[in-house]
Design a protein around this ligand. Structure first.
Ligand SMILES: [Zn+2]
Ligand SMILES: [Zn+2]
Length: 321
């Protein structure tokens, strides 16, 4: 496996590190002994070397020189160490991944590890990181371990990962809920394994249990607790088991059962005006199913949606010879 860095990531990381060092704040990754005077000398050397590179006229040559300089100091200041150390704990990732590319993430939402597989079955991992993470060594290692476990699972044949969730018969709202649940149960099994191995999980067992109870509030409590414990203690999670759990049709249907203020499975708006789905004419049901194959009567529909389908049916009726 090769480790690639995005140029912007490396540059921002060393510049952040240097600026923190100059202000006397803890700048360097702990474990790096460059303290006090040595640290300030290093930073001014880095600044001088960097200044010189602006004299290179050829833009490609100049960029290459900047990248090399930034990478050298990235390593010198111990910023690469947590990445390589943690990767060493994941032999399967190192063996099966062609490239791991590290880039800077702009926010919390696009942070994390992803896997890309091309037609030639070449596997590339992309890790997006917020710069601030580099400044906290222990927390960074915990985060990397969690994200690399995602990669490990995606690469492990025993896990049986598929990039697309195959959820036939679910409407758009149910599919979204199922995807949220997938993330939820996967994270539980990851943090459960990390905790069992003596590492710090990203979220505690209690936090995960509470999130699981919220996600499966339609289940009776004993069933919630039992399923959660199975996930938390699971050592060999499988994609297929997750699918069965997230797409439990009864659970999803109950989660969207017509309740005051609940969301309509067709338009996804919350409503207090549910239509009486038990007295729908077959023609309306047919029209709804044509658009939402996974829809069933028990899920209900809001009054506005019913009006729309009635209007469509009336128009269709009028047009018929
Ligand atoms: Zn996760
Ligand atoms: Zn509706």
């Amino acid at each position: 496996m090769q480790l690639f860095y995005d140029e912007g990531f490396i540059e921002s990381a060393v510049l952040l590190c240097a600026s923190r060092g100059e202000t006397g704040r803890p700048a360097f990754a702990p474990g790096q002994a460059a303290a006090g005077r040595v640290q300030r000398l290093q930073i001014s050397r880095f600044r001088r070397e960097r200044e010189k590179l602006y004299r290179i006229l050829d833009p490609d040559e100049r960029n290459a020189a900047f990248f090399k300089l930034h990478l050298d100091w990235f390593r010198e200041w111990g910023l690469e160490q947590p990445l390589t150390d943690t990767l060493n704990e994941f032999p399967l990732v190192r063996e099966l991944l062609g490239v791991l590319a590290v880039r800077r993430s702009t926010g919390k939402d696009d942070e994390g590890a992803e896997l890309y597989v091309n037609e030639a079955n070449r596997r590339t991992g992309v890790l997006a990181l917020r710069l601030e993470r580099l400044m906290q060594d222990a927390a960074l290692r915990d985060y990397l371990r969690h994200e690399f476990t995602h990669l490990h699972d995606m690469l492990d044949p025993a896990f049986g990962y598929a990039p697309r969730l195959d959820l036939p018969g679910l409407n758009a709202a149910q599919q979204r809920l199922a995807r949220e649940r997938y993330r939820l149960v996967w994270d539980i099994t990851i943090d459960g394994r990390l905790a069992a191995a003596g590492h710090a999980p990203l979220e505690t067992r209690e936090q995960h249990a509470a999130a699981f109870a919220r996600g499966y509030s339609c289940w009776p409590e004993p069933k919630q607790v039992e399923a959660f414990n199975l996930l938390w203690h699971c050592r060999t999670p499988r994609h297929a088991d997750f699918l069965a759990l997230i797409a439990d049709p009864r659970g999803l249907r109950d989660a969207r059962r017509p309740a005051p203020g609940g969301s309509c499975p067709l338009c996804d708006f919350s409503t207090f005006h549910w239509a009486d789905a038990n007295v729908l004419p077959p023609e309306i049901i047919g029209r709804i199913r044509a658009e939402f194959p996974g829809w069933s009567r028990e899920q209900g529909l809001c009054g506005r949606c019913l009006e729309t389908y009635q209007a469509l049916a009336a128009a269709g009726g009028a047009a018929a010879p």
